[in-house]
Design a protein. Structure first.
Length: 144
């Protein structure tokens, strides 16, 4: 989090004209910054967000772009549940997924905020309103 939190703040600054983080975000980032370093205990995609998913209708059919494959805290890939799923769907997912420690979930949430902010910037710069809108929605979901 010593690296990710400052990057998240930089990502927010880059989209300041498109989105402003609510006040509670700074408290969340401060809590994340106080976390101990993660235990690399899982094989992770490393960059999992909605642009890395292949879907067939309403079914997930694949995951692409494995260039950031790494051994890390599972929270690194659980960021997807914060950026993509509603709070209800997230709770259902995590119930099925099994035990996840609060520190991993905090890391996942911060990474989701960072990735969604980066994707807002990307979608805006590339004039891709669908990516920009989905990433803005992802920011909202990650905060709930």
């Amino acid at each position: 989090m010593a690296v990710r939190v400052p990057r998240t703040r930089e990502s927010f600054d880059a989209i300041a004209d498109l989105w402003q983080p609510p006040g509670e975000v700074e408290q969340l980032l401060a809590q994340a910054l106080a976390l101990p370093p993660p235990e690399p205990r899982a094989l992770c995609h490393g960059d999992l967000h909605f642009r890395q998913l292949l879907v067939d209708g309403d079914r997930l059919s694949g995951i692409v772009d494995w260039v950031d494959l790494c051994r890390a805290d599972p929270g690194i890939d659980l960021s997807l549940v914060y950026g993509l799923l509603s709070p209800v769907a997230r709770a259902e997912f995590l119930e099925e997924y099994g035990d996840v420690d609060p520190a991993s979930l905090m890391r996942a949430r911060v990474l989701a905020l960072n990735l969604m902010a980066v994707l807002v910037h990307y979608g805006h710069d590339e004039r891709n309103p669908d990516v920009e809108a989905e990433a803005l929605a992802g920011l909202g979901r990650a905060l709930v």
